[in-house]
Ligand binder design. Structure first.
Ligand SMILES: Cc1ncc(COP(=O)(O)O)c(C=O)c1O
Length: 475
């Protein structure tokens, strides 16, 4: 879609339930399109449907659409291009000095914890003698032999025999997903993803030209029949799954279902991409298992790992474990996008693996405390919301009971809280009744965040017509 056009049907799907009680239709429509632009679901340079087409699709007057587009042009979110109609843009902040984004007081948008305590000492230890690094280029495409060896050992010790040659070090897990997408997915290939799932994986597979097909997952897990049907009917080239403490639902796939998935994938000829970025965030699941790929170690299984959640995202250290041919293909394709992982960060990662289990234990203790604080605050201040308690991971996937997720994200900005609307985690405008709330921030921020959230939620139905703050005023 980036630089392309979005048809009226697809735009209607993305818009979801966009009308709100307190706003005129054109304001509500402009606000919803602005939100889609801001959170990346409508990439810049995308051409929107002509006004008449969209009016027919939404069953609204052409005047409503013309007014919404005009409002978007006034705030710099749409530009008119001769011959191309109305094209998505991002306003330059200097063009609108009175409307600079306010820094959020509480960030409930990102699920990314601060560095685990003890990392500073590890960094000092790792960088005490840099002569070996500074005398070389300091970056490489495949990863340092020592770090690859450490990670291979880490897998082998957990029941998945691994050679260093099966490991590539990446710039975090997101980089791994994007590299796998552009190397293994060809245009129009079918890519099976969970719904909801980690949004930037959706972006990466879309950019690779993949056609996304979904299989539902809830806080209770994956529906076995739907999983089997998805593999049998769609025969995807690639399936991207987050089997442990899935982002955003927190669900974990039971071992027997993992065996089913492997069987379905084999029959369909599907490459399984298993994102284990969140796999070590086990708060109180009560069972452990070998890494998923140990159940099916063959050339069709690719595992992604990262230190981003367990230790610190600031290191930007992730990795891919796959068979030698896949690693070879990724290695060959990588330089088109980046020239490699810094050795400085890899030195730190090597030291991290000396203390890994203790660091992870510290992280999960912290997450347990934060999860419990967040759940308690939500029960107290927003008792009408459905709050399933995950046994690991880093966020709650909360049921709001009404389609207000985008409105919360929108008006939350006026109250100093940044949120990602539920539909960002899906592919078809669904999840307007859900909100992901991470518990990776500081614990006093969790209480403050819930206070702001409750305040935002309370204000939604009470907005008198015409008085609703427009997104244009706050971003
Ligand atoms: C499931 C999943 N995969 C990948 C990533 C990206 O992680 P990294 O910081 O290692 O790029 C995230 C971050 O939230 C995630 O939740």
């Amino acid at each position: 879609m980036n630089g392309g056009r979005i048809g009226p049907k697809d735009l209607r799907t993305l818009l979801g339930e966009w009308e709100t009680d307190g706003q005129s239709a054109y304001h509500a429509l402009a606000d919803r399109i602005r939100l889609l632009i801001i959170d990346g679901r409508l990439p810049t340079r995308t051409r929107l449907p002509a006004e008449r087409e969209l009016a027919d699709e939404l069953d609204r007057s052409r005047t409503t659409i013309v007014s919404a587009y005009r409002a978007l042009k006034q705030t710099g979110h749409l530009v008119s291009q001769r011959g191309s109609g109305s094209v998505v843009a991002l306003p330059h902040p200097h063009d609108r000095p009175g409307a600079l984004p306010q820094p959020a007081v509480v960030d409930f948008a990102r699920a990314a914890p601060a560095a685990i305590s003890g990392l500073e000492t590890i960094i000092q230890r790792a960088t005490a003698n840099l002569s070996g690094v500074l005398g070389k280029t300091g970056f490489d495409l495949i990863g340092s032999p020592t770090l690859r060896e450490r990670i291979a050992h880490h897998y082998s010790a957990r029941g998945l025999p691994t050679r260093p040659g099966q490991i590539m070090i990446t710039l975090g897990a997101q980089h791994a997903i994007a590299l796998i997408g552009r190397t293994l997915v060809r245009r129009a290939d079918r890519v099976l993803v969970e719904s909801p799932t980690y949004p930037h994986a959706l972006d990466a597979f879309r950019m690779s030209g993949g056609r996304l097909v979904t299989v539902p997952v809830t806080a209770d897990g994956w529906d076995g029949d739907r999983l089997r049907d998805a593999f049998e009917r769609v025969r995807p080239s690639l399936a991207y799954l987050i089997p442990d403490f899935q982002n955003p639902t927190g669900a974990s796939m039971p071992p027997a279902q993992r065996d089913d998935v492997i069987r379905y994938a084999r029959r369909a000829g599907t490459v399984l991409v298993l994102d284990e970025t969140t796999a070590d965030l086990d708060i109180d699941r009560g069972w452990t298992d070998v890494p998923f790929a140990a159940r099916a170690d063959d050339h069709r299984t690719v595992t992604i790992g990262s230190l981003g959640k367990s230790v610190w995202g600031g290191l930007r250290i992730g990795w891919i474990r796959a068979d030698d041919d896949v690693i070879g293909a990724l290695h060959a394709a990588r330089a088109a996008g980046d020239l490699g992982t810094p050795e400085l960060e890899q030195l730190v990662a090597i030291e991290v693996f000396d203390d890994y289990d203790a660091l992870v234990q510290r992280r999960t203790e912290q997450l347990r405390h934060h999860r419990d604080v967040l759940v308690r605050e939500l029960h107290e201040r927003l008792p009408q919301w459905d709050v399933p308690v995950p046994d690991g991971g880093m966020s709650l996937w909360v049921g709001l009971g009404a389609p207000i997720s985008s409105a919360l994200a929108l008006f939350g900005l006026t109250r100093g809280i940044s949120l990602i609307a539920g539909p960002r985690f899906g592919v078809d405008g669904a999840f307007e009744r859900f909100l992901r709330i991470p518990y990776t921030g500081r614990s006093d921020d969790l209480a403050r965040g819930v206070h702001l959230l409750a305040d935002t939620a309370r204000s939604l139905p009470a907005l008198p017509a015409g008085r609703a703050p427009q997104l244009a005023e706050v971003v």
